[in-house]
Design a protein around this ligand. Structure first.
Ligand SMILES: Cc1cc2nc3c(=O)[nH]c(=O)nc-3n(C[C@H](O)[C@H](O)[C@H](O)COP(=O)(O)OP(=O)(O)OC[C@H]3O[C@@H](n4cnc5c(N)ncnc54)[C@H](O)[C@@H]3O)c2cc1C
Length: 258
């Protein structure tokens, strides 16, 4: 059956896709199997990065799981997974740079998709996979995403094993969660010695705009060091080692773990 994917990103490399994913047997791995993509996945999968550790803010380890290559939830970088999926599609299937603004009935149980002032269709099935702020979901549900009070600041550390061996050990082969005072830092190992870090804390929705310039890496770094000033220095070194690409996740539905 022919299908069209309308995607907001301008092209496949328009932005980093986010952190590493663990795929499970009954969901992600099953879907790849059904799509005939297991072999391609196995070439990119990181079975060696399934470790998990939980620390408190002083650096004391409360839980640790690390067994090289064991476990049945292999990790893969999102960009690598998306490349695998894209390569398996016919070349004209994805329409890049296409921001869908609405979907409307076109009669006979079919639907039109509006991209800017252009109408596409009619389609007999529309799958709304457009994220938290979906413009398709309102057709099915009146509920809107709400800010739960938790803000995520995301950033990366490059070449961690060579440049920051102490932090590399802190992160281990997988991910580490560091909890304290209703806040958490999660650092997860991605491919190519890159580590992605999330600093999670409770602030009002307009916190950033009230306090400082969100686009400035220097001021975000300073603000994180202030927010987590009661965490051990060996932990907040994660902020000091960060590259300049800080990003605030507008993640209205995050539940957090604290
Ligand atoms: C820190 C963190 C870690 C996570 N770890 C895991 C994990 O290990 N395993 C796991 O399974 N899940 C994980 N998740 C959850 C997972 O990321 C989400 O469940 C998943 O990304 C949701 O997929 P989605 O397709 O609904 O939305 P998205 O991933 O947000 O994708 C939406 C897509 O639609 C596009 N889009 C948006 N609006 C429009 C529009 N109007 N027109 C056209 N295109 C549009 C976007 O550009 C994007 O490509 C994690 C989430 C977070 C925050």
């Amino acid at each position: 059956m022919a299908a069209t994917v309308f995607e907001r990103d301008a092209h496949a490399r328009a932005r980093p896709q986010g952190g590493t994913l663990d795929l499970h047997e009954e969901s992600g791995l099953l879907a790849l199997d059904r799509a005939g993509l297991t072999e391609a996945f196995l070439k990119m999968a990181r079975y060696e990065d399934q470790g998990d550790r939980l620390l408190d803010r002083s650096g004391h380890v409360h839980f640790e799981y690390e067994e090289a290559g064991a476990g049945d939830r292999p990790e893969i970088d999102r960009s690598a997974l998306r490349d695998i999926l894209l390569e398996a599609l016919p070349s004209q299937c994805v329409r890049w740079d296409s921001v869908v603004c609405s979907v409307s009935p076109a009669g006979d149980n079919t639907w039109n998709v509006m991209v800017g002032d252009q109408s596409f269709g009619s389609f007999d099935l529309v799958v709304g996979a457009d994220g938290a702020w979906s413009c398709v979901r309102p057709l099915l549900s009146p509920y809107k995403p709400q800010y739960t009070g938790l803000t995520f600041i995301e950033f990366g550390i490059n070449d961690i094993d060579r440049r920051f061996p102490v932090l590399s050990k802190l992160v281990g082969r997988g991910k580490v969660g560091i909890l304290g005072g209703g806040r958490e830092i999660i650092a997860q190992r991605n491919g190519h010695a890159h580590v992605r870090v999330y600093a999670i804390f409770r602030v009002p929705a307009d916190w950033a705009s009230r306090r400082f310039d969100l686009t400035s890496a220097a001021s975000l770094r300073t603000e994180l060091l202030r927010e987590f000033s009661d965490f051990a220095n060996e932990i907040t070194d994660l902020f000091r080692a960060a590259n300049r690409q800080f990003r605030r996740s507008a993640n209205p539905c995050a539940a957090g773990r604290s």
